[in-house]
Design a protein around this ligand. Structure first.
Ligand code: SF4
Length: 245
């Protein structure tokens, strides 16, 4: 998406207006994600803003800590992992950029790389819409999904053309670079992630036992650990299911 947006911006000579926003979820993320974002920003010579959720006492928050405090995992109806850890922190960047502009009215085009193929919910998303939550009297924010109708093949062809490095999680077979243990991931993806992230998996299992709340209704994260602890660990197979979000 970034390569596409940069190309469009270059056509009208406004690349310098692009800012990359990355909401860092800390330990929940695959190692190397933050570094890769910085690498991509440098590749295009773009400004990068990285944000983390901050607690009321001013300390940086972590998804697992939050789960411990609430005593619950996020879910499709309580999706605070996205709202509190991505949407709201990125909202701080939007506020910062509009203040910096010094303009009486700022217009911000919020580009997201969501694609229709990725899930039924994403398919229903309009490719362009006013972001009412972030807009105000002095600020108009629009959400745009520049690659909403792209296929997976189109994405990989574009990545090869762009010449930027992709994350190693794709090389081990993960179809998505979500949180290492995403509540929406198919079981096979969680097992594969567990193979490569045993320490974090053990931590998730500890938290699940401590709070007494299943990772999700149809699956305890302990089941992923059990699957990997079998004398012959459960085969992962191809991850064909999409993220159930
Ligand atoms: S990747 Fe999954 S678990 Fe992580 S924030 Fe997004 S929906 Fe929540």
């Amino acid at each position: 998406m970034l390569d596409h947006v940069v190309e469009l911006a270059d056509r009208v000579n406004v690349r310098d207006r692009i800012v990359i926003a990355h909401a860092d979820l800390g330990e929940a993320e695959w190692p190397g994600t933050r570094e890769l974002v910085a690498e991509h920003a440098a590749h295009y010579g773009l400004r990068l803003e990285v944000v983390r959720r901050v607690r009321q006492d001013g300390e940086v928050d972590s998804l697992l800590e939050y789960v411990r405090r609430r005593g619950k995992w996020p879910s499709s109806t309580q999706r605070w992992c996205t709202s509190d850890f991505k949407r709201d922190p990125i909202g701080r960047i939007v506020t910062k950029l509009s203040r910096e502009s010094g303009l009486a009215e700022t217009r911000i085009l919020n580009c997201l790389g969501l694609r229709a193929e990725e899930s039924p919910a994403r398919k229903k998303k309009p490719p362009f819409e006013r972001n009412k939550r972030s807009s105000s009297k002095t600020r108009i924010v629009d959400n745009w999904l520049p690659i909403h109708d792209w296929t997976l093949d189109q994405v990989w062809s574009r990545i090869r053309l762009a010449g930027t490095r992709h994350h190693w999680a794709y090389d081990i077979g993960m179809p998505r670079l979500s949180c290492r243990f995403c509540i929406f991931a198919p079981k096979a993806a969680l097992i594969l992630s567990g193979q490569h992230n045993r320490d974090l998996l053990n931590e998730y299992v500890r938290v699940e036992k401590q709070i007494g709340h299943r990772f999700r209704k149809d699956l305890a994260i302990t089941e992923i650990q059990n699957a990997l602890n079998q004398p012959v660990p459960e085969a992962v197979g191809a991850i064909t299911d999409c993220w159930n979000m």
